[in-house]
Design a protein around this ligand. Structure first.
Ligand code: GLU
Length: 472
C-alpha cells in the first residue's frame, strides 16, 4: 500500500516549512531543528540452519538531541528505508515536544518482512540489531530509548531489554533502555492499548468543539459518529474497540492489506478480529460488503476516516474521492501535503499524526519513569487513598443516615492503581495538548490543526536550543 515514489522526509519538512513562517526564530536555528542530527546505518548477517546467509539492513536515526534521551519506535517492514526512518524520527521530535514529553526524537527500522521469519530468527535479528546499537551508543536509558512500532511488539522489546541488560549488568537503570516491554519485564499496564486509546481521546476532543462540528454538518460529541479504519494492527484494533465501547462510535468499514469490508449499519469489531484470526483475511466477513481493492473502502461514506497503517496512503490521486469529514491520523504520515491541500479545500478537519497517535510515546514516558524510579505507580498511595475515601464515606453516612450500597461503596473508595493512573495521565495529556493546538490556531488565525501543532512543537524545540545557549 505504501507509495515508494514519495519522499516521506521531504513531506514532513514541507509541513514544517508551512508552519515555520508563523514562528519568529532565525533561519539557521529553524534549519537546525529540521535536520536529523545523526543517521546510523547497520548491516549484519543472518545465518540460516542450512548454512546460507542473508544480509539484514537496519537504521537508527536520532533527529534531535535538544532533550535526552531520544525516543522512538523500531519498525520491521520491507518498505523500511533511510528516508522513511528519518521522516519518522523527525515526527517523533515534534510529537514529543507537542505533548510535553521531555525527549528528543528518534526512530529505528529493519528492512524485513517479520512474517517471513521464525521466532528464533526474529530473536537473532533483534538481538544482533541491539548489539549494533550498543556498539555505537545508540541505545541506553539516558541516550536513546526504542519502543514498538509497525511490525514489532512486546516480544521484540523484551529481547532488546534482555540484550542490553546482559551487556550492562551493573547499570542500575538498564531496564529503561526500551519501552513497550511486557509487564513482567518492567513494562507498564496500559502501554499496549495506549496509542489506540490516545487516538480515541483525540477524536473526542475534536468532536467536542461545537464550531468545528457544526461547520461540517456534524453533531457535537463522538457518540454515533460513523468511522472507517485502515489497519487492524495494535493501533487500529485498540482504537476500534475503545471507540465503540467507551464512545458509542459506529465502525462501518475496515481496510487491511488483503482487502476491506463495509457495512453502513456498523460492524462488531470483536467479531471481525476473531473472524480475521480464524480465516487469515477479513474478506467475506458475513453481513458486510467485501472489497478486493482495499483503497475503495477508504472512499466510502463516513464521518471519520482513521488511516492507522502506513504513510502515504492518502495522496493527491485518491484525496478527491474521500468522503470523510474528519481524518484522524493513527499512522505516521498517512496523508501527503498535496492530498491535505485538497482535503482542506473540501473542508475536512485533519487531526494530525503528531498529536493523534502520541498516546504510545506518552505512556512510554510513564514506563521509562517507572523504570527509573523502580516502583510501580500507585504502590505507595493506593491503600492510603482507599482508607481516606472510606473515612469520608463513613462520615457522610453518619451525617445523612444513608447507607451506600456495597457496589457503590467499592467504586467510590477504589484507590488508583497503575492502570488507572496511566489512563488518567494519558487522557489529561491529550486534553491539554489539544487545548494548546486550539489556542495557537486561534492566536495565529490558522485553519489547519496540523500547522498549529507544528508551530507549537517548533517553538518548544527552538526555545530549548535558545535556552541551551546554542543559538543566542
Ligand atoms: N512507535 C510509536 C510512535 O510512533 C511509539 C514510540 C515510543 O513509544 O517511543 O509514536
Amino acid at each position: 500500500m505504501s507509495n515508494q515514489n514519495i519522499s516521506f522526509y521531504e513531506n514532513v519538512n514541507r509541513y514544517f516549512d508551512q508552519a515555520a513562517v508563523y514562528t519568529n526564530h532565525p533561519a539557521a536555528l529553524l534549519e537546525h531543528v529540521k535536520q536529523c542530527n545523526c543517521t546510523y546505518r547497520v548491516e549484519f548477517p543472518l545465518r540460516y540452519d542450512d548454512g546460507s546467509i542473508e544480509i539484514i539492513y537496519g537504521w537508527r536515526v536520532e533527529h534531535s538531541h535538544h532533550k535526552l534521551p531520544c525516543k522512538g519506535g523500531i519498525r520491521y517492514a520491507l518498505e523500511v528505508n533511510e528516508d522513511e526512518v528519518q521522516a519518522l524520527a523527525a515526527l517523533m521530535t515534534y510529537k514529543c515536544a507537542l505533548v510535553d514529553v521531555p525527549f528528543g526524537g528518534a526512530k529505528g527500522g529493519v528492512k524485513i518482512d517479520p512474517r517471513k521469519y521464525t521466532p528464533a530468527q526474529l530473536e537473532r535479528i533483534t538481538r544482533r540489531y541491539t548489539h549494533e546499537l550498543i556498539k555505537k551508543n545508540f541505545i541506553g536509558p539516558a541516550v536513546d530509548v526504542p519502543a514498538p512500532d509497525y511490525g514489532t511488539g512486546e516480544k521484540e522489546m523484551a529481547w532488546i531489554a534482555d540484550t542490553y541488560l546482559a551487556t550492562h549488568p551493573s547499570e542500575l537503570n538498564a531496564l529503561g533502555c526500551v519501552t513497550g516491554k511486557p509487564v513482567a519485564q518492567g513494562g507498564i499496564r496500559g502501554r499496549r492499548e495506549a496509542t489506540g486509546r490516545g487516538l480515541f481521546y483525540a477524536l473526542r476532543e475534536a468532536c467536542n468543539q461545537t464550531d468545528d462540528m457544526k461547520s461540517r454538518g456534524l453533531s457535537v460529541g463522538v457518540a454515533g459518529k460513523r468511522c472507517i479504519i485502515q489497519g487492524l494492527g495494535n493501533v487500529g484494533s485498540n482504537f476500534a474497540s475503545i471507540a465503540s465501547k467507551e464512545g458509542n462510535i459506529i465502525i462501518t468499514g475496515i481496510a487491511e492489506y488483503e482487502g476491506g469490508i463495509f457495512n453502513g449499519e456498523g460492524l462488531d469489531i470483536d467479531a471481525v478480529i476473531k473472524y480475521r484470526q480464524e480465516n487469515k483475511s477479513i474478506l467475506n466477513y458475513p453481513g458486510a460488503v467485501s472489497f478486493a481493492n482495499t483503497g475503495e473502502v477508504l472512499e466510502q461514506e463516513c464521518d471519520v476516516l482513521v488511516p492507522a497503517a502506513l504513510e502515504n496512503q492518502i495522496t493527491a490521486e485518491n484525496a478527491p474521492r474521500i468522503k470523510a469529514k474528519v481524518i484522524l491520523e493513527g499512522a505516521n504520515g498517512p496523508v501527503t501535503p498535496d492530498a491535505e491541500e485538497i482535503l482542506l479545500q473540501k473542508g475536512v478537519l485533519m487531526i494530525p499524526d503528531m498529536y493523534a497517535n502520541a498516546g504510545g510515546v506518552i505512556v512510554s514516558y510513564f514506563e521509562w519513569l517507572k523504570n527509573l524510579s523502580h516502583v510501580r505507580f500507585g504502590r505507595l498511595s493506593q491503600l492510603a487513598e482507599e482508607k481516606s475515601e472510606s473515612k469520608l464515606l463513613r462520615a457522610i453516612e453518619e451525617a445523612t443516615h444513608y447507607q451506600f450500597p456495597e457496589i457503590e461503596r467499592k467504586y467510590i473508595v477504589h484507590g488508583s492503581d497503575e492502570y488507572d493512573l496511566v489512563v488518567s495521565g494519558l487522557e489529561k495529556t491529550m486534553i491539554d495538548a489539544y487545548m494548546q493546538i486550539l489556542e495557537i490556531r486561534a492566536q495565529k488565525k490558522l485553519h489547519n490543526l496540523r500547522t498549529a501543532a507544528y508551530v507549537s512543537s517548533i517553538d518548544k524545540v527552538a526555545t530549548t536550543y535558545e535556552q541551551l545557549g546554542i543559538f543566542p
